[in-house]
Design a protein around this ligand. Structure first.
Ligand code: DNO
Length: 409
């Protein structure tokens, strides 16, 4: 695996000089200042690529080249936006960048309700609580039908019945405006702004904006969203073939429909569908072990074996699911994903695949450094060290020479 790291550009507090010191070979980044839907110019791509290379690393993966909402819900301007997307792909290819991570989640990218849930060892991690999420849906967004939907909601893969509505009513008794504000911050501001551009940290009415975005999807079913994905992929495939682009869709996080919005990359069946719908090697997957392991219905190791041949990029992270279905981020050496086995599978399949560790703990002062949620420095560095150890061991088992970066050999 190529050891990569998600870096948020020149404004990131984590500098390329820091990354060079911890064995990072490739950078995963995007032109974060370009508004969604605009063409990424060759000049801007070139400028960032050269900057990265001046630190002895390469720009390995784009995460993300965002797919506009209008392409997802099938708006009247989608063809023009797809043309812009193709132009960005051509420009990236001309600069030697060929792996493109994107997602097809309507409105909300990843979702968490708590950003600093304590671990037994005093560090913190991200956390998803179904009842808090349902509270947000019913009482903050105030979505029509939300109550009815939650009344019959079944947590995927969890057998025991959970009365989420009763928990929501309990939460309501002690809810304060500050706690409501915190939920809004966690669900639609702090976890979204830096990844999707839909809602930014400086928007003063995030909930209103969010409701407008939700309404764009009125009446859009799972089948329709699938068709819109097929339409988008079919339209860009000729350019991908001509330019050697490897498109890799990111699974939905968490892997189930939220807020009445369909989600279509949540399970083995979904991934089968999307790979077969446009059966072309340029249409591939970001194997995000974290997003997939957040669903008790997913057997992550089995999925890695099945989809390794269409995987172009790997996110290593693992989730722990509590008995009631809530989940948190586990150690990269534990949890449901079995990262040791995943490294074996992917390393056997293709030792060149780019991999980044995803979401790390917040530890030892990370909390006061203003890092993006989930993207701490020390916590991710710790995970990166663990994964490098796994990789070196697996390479040894397989008779592959492990690449050490930055040391005398
Ligand atoms: C969250 C990330 C996602 C991912 C996008 C890819 O931490 O895994 O935001 O980057 O969904 O388009």
């Amino acid at each position: 695996m190529e050891k990569t790291w998600r870096w948020f550009g020149r404004k990131d507090r984590i500098t390329l000089d820091m990354l060079r010191q911890i064995g990072v070979e490739g950078i995963v980044t995007a032109l974060h200042d370009v508004p969604n839907g605009h063409v990424w110019t060759r000049e801007a791509i070139h400028d960032l690529r050269v900057y990265i290379e001046s630190y002895g690393m390469r720009w390995s993966v784009v995460e993300s080249l965002p797919v506009c909402e209008s392409i997802k819900y099938g708006g009247p301007d989608r063809d023009q936006l797809i043309e812009n997307y193709k132009e960005s792909l051509r420009n990236l290819s001309a600069e030697g960048i060929h792996t493109i991570c994107y997602n097809f989640m309507p409105v909300l990218d990843w979702a968490r309700t708590v950003l600093d849930h304590p671990n037994p060892n005093g560090t913190t991690n991200l956390y998803f609580s179904y009842s808090e999420f349902a509270y947000f849906d019913i009482y903050i967004v105030g979505r029509e039908n939300a109550r009815e939907e939650w009344a019959s909601f079944k947590i995927p893969g969890i057998e025991t019945y959970r009365d989420i509505l009763a928990e929501v009513d309990e939460l309501r008794k002690n809810m304060t405006p500050e706690a409501e504000h915190q939920l809004v911050e966690n669900i639609i501001v702090k976890t979204q702004g830096f990844v999707s551009g839909n809602i930014r940290e400086d928007d003063d009415r995030p909930v209103e904006l969010f409701k407008q975005l939700l309404s764009l999807y009125d009446g859009i079913t799972k089948e329709q969203l699938r068709e819109n994905l097929r339409y988008f992929l079919s339209a860009i495939m000729p350019v991908c073939k001509e330019c050697g682009m490897k498109m890799c869709i990111h699974p939905d996080d968490p892997p189930f429909p939220v807020l009445g919005l369909p989600r279509i990359v949540t399970s083995e069946e979904d991934i089968d569908w999307m790979l077969n719908a446009v059966d072309n090697p340029h249409n591939g997957l970001t194997f995000c072990a974290g997003s997939l392991s957040a669903g008790a219905h997913n057997d992550v190791v089995k999925m890695a074996e099945k989809f390794a041949h269409r995987t172009h990029f790997i996110h290593l992270r693992s989730c722990h699911i509590f008995e009631n279905g809530d989940f948190t981020e586990a150690s990269h050496l534990g949890g449901r994903a079995d990262i040791v086995e995943l490294v074996r599978i992917f390393e056997k399949h293709n030792p060149e695949l780019p991999m980044r560790v995803d979401h790390g703990m917040t530890m030892l002062g990370d909390e006061s450094r203003g890092y993006n949620a989930g993207y701490s420095f020390l916590g991710r560095m710790f995970a990166m060290g663990q994964v490098q150890g796994i990789l070196a061991t697996v390479d040894n088992e397989l008779g592959i020479k492990y690449k050490i970066t930055g040391f005398y050999e």
